[in-house]
Design a protein around this ligand. Structure first.
Ligand code: UDB
Ligand code: ZN
Length: 184
């Protein structure tokens, strides 16, 4: 199983690389990596397991964060209504997005960033994501709110982008325009 020791930290060059597309059908090895990403986020949200292994509770994880430069992500998060979004995706791609933006009023953090970096991170309010799940099935997801933000944060990791790259340097708490504020 993955622990915090497997998660590379800010400054590691792999976090700035563009990850490679995963050839389909996925190899057993790639499927195991993807399963381990989802297992991490689930374990980290299970208090007994998280405390036993010192896992920082996470809602998403991308393969580059465990130093695997391949386009795979896992997300395990409840939306504002309590619906669970638990997805492990290969080659996820945002195929369309709203003009309207959204941001978390508390800003973002990252499992690969140990300090807190204040500021609003503008994201698209709504996105449509296509990808392939672990069984090789094509999936198409329409997402909004917190869940859309998590997918954008994880897909950014596949492109070597960190959340703080999006923060306005001159005024970190500049309200993104035409943006929905999401309280958490
Ligand atoms: C997280 N968790 O997992 F809005 F119920 C963050 C950490 C870095 C603080 C652990 C988080 O934001 N939890 C959260 C947020 C809410 C409501 C709630 C729980 N990540 C995942 C990550 O680093 N992936 O690479 C960072 C998030 C920042 C915004 C989306 C992902
Ligand atoms: Zn992150």
């Amino acid at each position: 199983m993955l622990t915090m020791e497997n998660i590379i930290r800010d400054g590691h060059p792999s976090l700035r690389q563009v990850a490679k597309e995963v050839p389909l059908p996925a190899s057993q090895e790639d499927k195991e990596i993807l399963k381990s990403l989802l297992e991490y986020v689930i374990n980290s949200q299970t208090p007994e397991i998280a405390s036993k292994y010192g896992l920082r509770p996470g809602i998403g994880l991308a393969a580059p964060q465990i130093n695997v430069s391949k386009r795979m992500i896992a997300i395990h998060v409840h939306d504002e209504k309590g619906t669970l979004y638990s997805h492990a995706l290969i080659n996820p791609k945002i195929i369309s997005h709203s003009v309207e933006m959204a941001y978390l009023t508390s800003g973002e953090g990252c499992l690969s960033v140990d300090e807190s970096i204040p500021g609003f991170v503008p994201r698209y309010a709504r996105i449509t994501v296509k990808g392939t799940d672990i069984d090789g099935t094509d999936v198409k997801l329409r997402l909004k709110g917190l869940v859309a933000i998590v997918f954008q944060h994880e897909i950014d990791h596949l492109n070597g982008v960190m959340f703080y790259d999006h923060i306005n340097k001159a005024n970190p708490f500049q309200e993104p325009k035409d943006a929905i504020a999401i309280e958490r």
